[in-house]
Design a protein around this ligand. Sequence first.
Ligand SMILES: Nc1ncnc2c1ncn2[C@@H]1O[C@H](COP(=O)(O)OP(=O)(O)OP(=O)(O)O)[C@@H](O)[C@H]1O
Ligand SMILES: Cc1ncc(C[n+]2csc(CCO)c2C)c(N)n1
Length: 262
Amino acid sequence: MSLLSHSSTFLLPNLPTDNNNNNNDGPPLTYALIILNQRLPRFTPLLWKHAQVHICADGGANRVFDELPGLFPNEEPCDIRKRYKPHAIKGDMDSIRTEVLDYYKSLGTKIIDESQDQDTTDLHKCVACIRDLLSLEHPNLCILVTGALGGRFDHEMGNINVLCRFPSMRIILLSDDCLIQLLPSTHHHKIHIHSSVEGPHCGLIPIGMVAGSTTTTGLKWNLDNTEMRFGGLVSTSNIVKENIVTVQSDSDLLWTISIKKE
Ligand SMILES: Nc1ncnc2c1ncn2[C@@H]1O[C@H](COP(=O)(O)OP(=O)(O)OP(=O)(O)O)[C@@H](O)[C@H]1O
Ligand SMILES: Cc1ncc(C[n+]2csc(CCO)c2C)c(N)n1
């Protein structure tokens, strides 16, 4: 089974320039950023800089409009708003304010109103949009999602469900405190830990099914062909012990790791 490399280099101030590789020994990645409708993480400008495409999910546009200027107290809000112009705003448009919609429309942002679809979330709609826009030209695409965690529980579960609905895409859900991604069972996984910005707290959690057998290295409490299931063992409050964590499992798992406060 082939190995998939993971690396949170997008949390570093500069992406590594040797071979222009931002994914350690994995293929260089192209980043896309989705902003959801929750308080922006403090490192949003960094993610924005690393990403080639920026899309707001409905009310996520209010957050860019309202909160990004506050991250640059010495600059004029209108300068910041022009600098951080989303490529598109997509969703069912029940949360974006009219003045915000009109403002970004006037700057040339694409407005994609999918209010007729009340069966998929705004995040789902944005991921599908990025897949259709970029995945052919950029097979090594990684979607970063801000504001995905730490709010309403139905929204959080909906956001995690998007990871499961697009299992072959690299999607990373972020909050100020942690990140979550899916480790599909189609691969073995090698996770490079950047201990200046992430860890040591971490977790490996089965989702939707019993994970019959999982083996890890690099953790304080490693799994050794161990079964995990909700209602039984799930690996929470684990600790990263090495610079590389490896995971092999017969089931899709969620990987989560804490993000350090500066
Ligand atoms: N409290 C929250 N916790 C977690 N995620 C959130 C929260 N609020 C919004 N989001 C995310 O931001 C996206 C856009 O939110 P917005 O408030 O614009 O729309 P919504 O109508 O509440 O969400 P949806 O239309 O997707 O049900 C949501 O699809 C969801 O992914
Ligand atoms: C069984 C079922 N439960 C909830 C919804 C509601 N819902 C799910 S996604 C969405 C769009 C949000 O922008 C809405 C309203 C549904 N359609 N079907």
